[in-house]
Design a protein around this ligand. Structure first.
Ligand code: DI6
Ligand code: FE
Length: 406
């Protein structure tokens, strides 16, 4: 059988070793169908017939980037709240006064599916230009069955239209919708009895998420959502300990969740439980930066307990209107003191783990998805070094060229 595509004369950051880049100098990468068929030193390349051979002239290749936590599909924007915050109002004050997430809920409910799709496509295009080949997209601005379904359908449509792999997550337990004011348990009843079963039956969600926080849902309410997800056979993720320690990390670990996200305020016991359960940490430096938070995520504790650390945009209109995953890994280095190796792992193999795709995506390895990004850089650390700009020179997704500008 012939290989479909052979990339020669490149340098590969395979991310296939326990630590570091797993770099191969003078590498070649062969692709058959949508999988990597061979990777190694060009000198060791076996004789094989090939349909297309492309010399990358010394360029670096990495796994296609993975953004594992986004709220990409929403109506409107919240630049007005940004201005309020610059005058001194806090994110929590704005949320309590009926702004915040609920204002995006109003705009999302009012938007048609076509309008949501057009706005989300524009945002996705920016992310994809930087070598993104997989993205997770959450609902959570509908907060009733019809509108949660609408958001998730748009997310599924993006996956069909845009040559990117989309994983969807139902975040119906994101905020209390105004019609349930003062009745959070009644809303959780609706989520558990109606919304999640219907979404699961229509195969609109690949996972279930919840926002466990003072301004959102309690640990007990989160447990009800998780028990429902478990009974529906859906894996879990959690917005945990972002603004206060709610015991979210330990709760996520107890349910073997794929990931606990934010976790700035998580305790060491919670982090240790994540390490044991194999629950990944998803750190979101864009939200930390944009809300001007002071509490750093517990990096040393995460490292000590061997928790896999992913980095993501958290792209959303309130706390992180971020459209660049490369800027996020710069911030993870400058703000969180992560290393460039750690942050590249955070947007490749560890992001894949946070989506339950660690066995097939996020590394350049034989049998893994042929999703890769080609870069005009001298060394991998450049990916987390520049503030803006885009060194991406080409993208292969599912074995096919999606862009090639060299
Ligand atoms: N945490 C976040 O950072 C986003 N959602 C969440 O639970 C913020 C969403 C928003 O402000 O619209
Ligand atoms: Fe989020």
């Amino acid at each position: 059988m012939a290989w479909d595509l052979l990339l020669t004369d490149c340098r590969a950051a395979t991310m296939a070793e326990a630590a570091g880049y797993g770099a191969i100098e003078d590498a070649a990468i062969a692709i058959e169908g949508d999988r990597i068929a061979w990777i190694g030193k060009g000198a060791d390349l076996p004789q094989q017939s090939v349909k297309e051979t492309v010399s990358l002239k010394g360029r670096w290749v990495t796994p296609g980037l993975i953004d594992c936590h986004t709220h990409l599909v929403f109506g409107g924007e919240r630049a007005g709240e940004f201005e309020q915050r610059l005058k001194g109002a806090t994110y929590e004050e704005i949320a309590k006064a009926g702004g915040g997430i609920v204002s995006t809920v109003r705009a999302t409910r009012a938007a048609s599916e076509a309008e949501l799709l057009a706005a989300a496509t524009t945002r996705l295009t920016s992310l994809m230009a930087e070598g993104l080949t997989t993205i997770e997209i959450k609902s959570g601005y509908g907060l009733d069955l019809e509108n949660e379904r609408k958001q998730l359908r748009v997310a599924r449509a993006l996956g069909r239209d845009c040559a990117v792999t989309v994983k969807t997550t139902c975040l119906a337990a994101h905020a209390l919708p105004p019609e349930f004011a003062g009745r959070p348990d009644a809303y959780i009843d609706l989520v558990c009895n109606d919304i999640l079963p219907a979404i699961a039956a229509e195969d609109l969600a690949d996972a279930v998420d919840a926002f466990s926080e003072r301004i959102a849902f309690t640990a007990e309410q989160t447990v009800r959502v998780f028990d429902t997800a478990k009974s529906l056979g859906l894996p879990m993720k959690l917005h945990a300990d972002q603004l206060s320690d709610m015991g979210g990390a330990a709760l996520a670990a107890r349910y073997n969740a794929l990931s606990a996200d934010h976790i700035e305020y998580s305790s060491e016991a919670g982090i240790a439980a994540m390490g044991k359960a194999g629950t990944a940490a998803v750190l979101l430096p864009g939200a930390f930066f944009f809300l001007r938070e002071k509490q750093l995520p517990p990096l040393d504790t995460l490292r000590k307990h061997g928790v896999r650390i992913a980095i993501s945009t958290d792209c959303n209109p309130g706390s992180s209107p971020a459209l660049s995953l490369l800027l996020m890994i710069n911030m993870a280095c400058t703000l969180f003191r992560m290393t460039p190796e750690e942050t590249l792992a955070g947007v490749t193999k560890n992001a894949a783990v946070a989506l339950g795709m660690g066995e097939t995506h996020g590394q350049l390895r034989v049998g893994f998805a042929a999703d890769l990004a080609i870069w005009n850089i001298g060394r991998p650390a450049e990916l987390s070094y520049w503030l803006g700009g885009n060194p991406c020179a080409g993208i292969v997704r599912a074995g096919r060229w999606r862009s090639r500008i060299f």
